[in-house]
Design a protein. Sequence first.
Length: 129
Amino acid sequence: MITSIHTLIYSDDAPATRKFLRDVLGFPCIEDAMGGGEGWLIFKSGPSELGVHPTHTVHAGKTYESPRHHLISLMCDDISATVTELKGKGAEFRGDVQDHGYGLVIMLAVTGADDIMLYQPRHPLAYNL
């Protein structure tokens, strides 16, 4: 049976992205996970949950369209405190915190890779079921 979810980030500068995840976000990791001294790290990412969003929907009279894709989101309990703490460690963000209804959202710039969504959810949480 399924035991966990393994997410992947493809990066133009994998060592820098790994350093960001380890040193800025503070994710614990297995050092040299692939052996051979190549620096591959595998990170513990904490509790997880998986949602499925439609590519087309109408909600509260408004139409939403999105291409098929996958998205990594990091969740937090207090987005203001988390943004402040991460900025103190050198993290950069795109724009300001926005209210998306389901939660408060900001995009976190990830060294060598695409941005990752950081959000404070307002929906019931599934990761502790």
